[in-house]
Design a protein around this ligand. Structure first.
Ligand code: ASP
Ligand code: MG
Length: 410
């Protein structure tokens, strides 16, 4: 019998009515496909609400207790979905991450999945149950509850699909799929019918609203992922590296596929740093220790033995990062540290850009013609990212979408 793993996002489960309609969708998948394992996010904004309650109880909530607390959001929705299925006369069972055998390391709040013991899920499937698993959580070897990071129910879904060797992994959410750009910014953004893992990983890492680790996992275990709406039956976007992708090489691949945008960017510059071996390590080690992830890094060519070092971080981390940097700056021979907030990243992504000149110049020219100043530039083999002012991101997305003709069908 085939096995489908489905995931339903928080906005698809926000009310009792929506929970019932998700249960109805799971029931019809079970009727038509056979075995179904579904994983669910917490209802609506409940994770945010739990975080806000925690912050009122403690300024720095204990991470172990915070994970116990946050895991309850997903437990609620998984119990409710199982309850709704049973009320429809279906056999169903809810399982917490721990009961489902999702083992993790012990980094609370961002635990990594170490493995999945699929025994219990398989037992329940054999009994004829639809299995509903609480998303975004697991358990350590010491039986402590962990969570996997914001938005990580996607990761639970892909991990379950890989661990159970499912035929498909389907992620149902409040959008109809993956778009060529954020439809809120670009009115003629187009839903893609398919996108490659590598491209999706870059899009997700640079702003498209999907958990990048779930894409990485899908790529490693070759689990095709369908992203579609839970509110209608429109076909979604298939993320895969299947044959279809290769046979259409000329058409689909040889160009930019999508634009990612991220408005959560700030930059810090350390001016007049003495240029000697070890400066980057001296600066970035303490940032890493403080769990601040640094993204774009630019070091200027040195003039008379000193250099300027600029890097971007999330806006959210800027004050903490400034404290860390100001402390180490003196050791680096300077006290001159500056920050700029309200920045954004805009990226063009496509495997077709590899080894093809011209994409960068088209991007830069289009932004220049729109009078958008580029503050920093960074590239990977299949992505070009510019840092710009966040108030210009909508305009930038629009002109790039037009310049690369992304509205045309794939
Ligand atoms: N409920 C968690 C969050 O809001 C996990 C998820 O939605 O995937 O981050
Ligand atoms: Mg959520």
């Amino acid at each position: 019998m085939s096995l489908v793993v489905q995931k339903y996002g928080g906005s698809s489960l926000a009310t009792p009515e929506l929970i019932k309609s998700v249960a109805a969708r799971i029931r019809s998948a079970h009727d038509s496909e056979g075995n179904v394992v579904a994983t669910v996010s917490a209802m609506g904004d409940s994770t945010d609400n739990l975080l806000s309650i925690a912050s009122k109880v403690s300024e720095t909530p204990d991470l172990r207790e915070l994970d116990v607390l946050l895991s309850t959001g997903e437990l609620q929705s998984c119990a409710l979905v199982a309850m709704a299925l049973k009320a429809m006369g279906k056999k169903a069972v809810s399982l917490s991450g721990a009961q489902a055998g999702i083992r993790t390391d012990s980094s609370y709040g961002k635990a990594k999945i170490a493995g999945i013991d699929t025994g219990r899920i398989n037992e329940e499937l054999e009994k004829g149950n639809i299995v509903i698993v609480a998303g975004f959580q697991g358990v350590t070897n010491d039986s402590d509850i962990t969570t996997l990071g914001r938005g990580a129910s996607d990761l639970t879904a892909v991990a379950l699909a890989a661990g159970l060797n499912a035929d498909r992994c389907e992620i149902y959410t409040d959008v109809e799929g993956i778009y060529t750009a954020d439809p809120r910014l670009v009115s003629n953004a187009r839903k893609m019918t398919q996108v490659g893992f590598e491209e999706m990983l870059e899009l997700a890492s640079y702003g498209a609203k999907m958990n990048p680790r779930s894409i990485e996992l899908g790529m490693v275990y070759q689990v095709p992922i369908l992203v579609a709406s839970s509110f209608n039956n429109e076909p979604g976007t298939l993320i895969h590296d299947g044959e279809n992708m290769d046979t259409t090489v000329g058409e689909i691949r040889n160009r930019v596929r999508g634009i990612a945008t991220d408005k959560d960017v700030a930059k810090i510059t350390v001016f007049s740093v003495v240029d000697r071996p070890g400066i980057a390590a001296a600066l970035f080690d303490p940032l890493a220790e403080s769990d601040i992830s640094v993204d774009v890094i630019v070091q200027n060519a040195s003039v008379s033995g000193t250099t300027d070092l600029t890097f971007t971080i999330k806006q959210f981390d800027v004050d903490r990062a400034m404290k860390v940097v100001e402390k180490v700056a003196q050791d680096l021979g300077t006290t001159n540290v500056g920050k700029a907030e309200n920045l954004a990243k805009i990226s063009i992504v496509g495997t077709g850009m590899q080894d093809s000149p011209g994409y960068a110049s088209t991007m830069f020219r289009s932004l220049a013609e729109a009078k958008i100043n580029i503050e920093m530039i960074t590239t990977s083999e299949i992505r070009i990212t510019c840092i710009i002012g966040s108030d210009q991101v909508a305009k930038a997305a629009e002109v790039l979408h037009a310049a690369f003709e992304l509205e045309k069908s794939d």
